[in-house]
Design a protein around this ligand. Structure first.
Ligand code: PEP
Length: 248
């Protein structure tokens, strides 16, 4: 099934208003590559100002709370993110699973909260180096997928991002064979969980040290439908060639 390539930048805790020029430049590159869907998940403080400048790119958030409102100091609901201008949100990034001790059940609940507000969701999965070295990476990621997948998961609002933790920000990536093996395993598990129709339409992104040099090879893998990109999404100079690689 033909799936539109999706390339999303995750700015993490980087970016002040001084960087809005980069948002604008990335948005302009996105506008000239209409065959690729491009997004930037910026810090929440930048969502409102970035959404007016993003051109052909959408603006997303990096997390949302699973509740609609309440006594959750410092947290943001999906409705707040949407009102600020976000159209998408990342859930379950490994940095949040580790730093904020988010469980897969939390991640599934966050995804449902985002969907209830009409936000699209990018759900992250990935194994540690210890798990990879023990030979259990595929089992681990498939279990994490089953536990994190929200009820009613559908290709029109949910994408998966496979991000081996040991590849994030390290410059070290799995071999193309390892990425291929993991992505086909994820696709197969999705078929079991939500049926072939939805599974075959769902984008499965690769994330972890994607850059201008490796993007083309990674995006050529059959079950890779784009990328979630951290460090190399912070400037148009670095992100532009990755968008171009996705355009083929
Ligand atoms: C990420 O954290 O989502 C990520 C993929 O980071 P990087 O591209 O910097 O490895």
């Amino acid at each position: 099934m033909a799936r539109t390539m999706l390339v999303v930048g995750n700015w993490k805790m980087n970016g002040l208003k001084a960087q809005l020029g980069e948002v604008e430049a990335i948005g302009a590159i996105a506008s000239s590559h209409a065959g690729v869907e491009v997004g930037l998940c910026v810090p929440a403080t930048l969502i409102a100002s970035a959404s007016g400048k993003a051109g052909g790119a959408f603006i997303g958030a990096q997390d949302c709370h699973q509740k609609e409102s309440g006594a959750h100091t410092g947290c943001l609901s999906a409705a707040m993110l949407k009102e600020a201008g976000a159209t998408s949100v990342i859930v379950g990034h490994s940095e949040r699973r580790t730093d904020q001790h988010e469980t897969s059940a939390d991640v599934a609940a966050k995804a449902l909260a985002a969907k209830a507000e009409g936000l699209k969701v990018i759900l992250c999965l990935g194994e540690s180096l210890e798990t990879r070295d023990s030979g259990k990476a595929i089992d681990f990621v498939l279990d994490q997928l089953a536990a994190s997948l929200p009820e009613g998961a559908g290709a029109d609002w949910l994408s998966i991002a496979y991000e081996p933790i040991w590849a994030i920000g390290t410059g070290r990536i799995p071999t193309m064979e390892q990425i291929d093996e993991m992505h086909s395993a994820i696709r197969g598990k999705l078929r079991d969980l939500i049926g072939a129709g939805e599974a075959d339409g769902m984008r499965v992104l690769y994330g972890g040290s994607v850059n201008a040099d490796n993007a083309k090879d990674i995006f050529a893998i059959a079950d890779v439908d784009g990328g979630l990109v951290g460090g190399a999404s912070l400037t148009a100079a670095k992100f532009g060639p990755i968008i171009e690689a996705a355009a083929g």
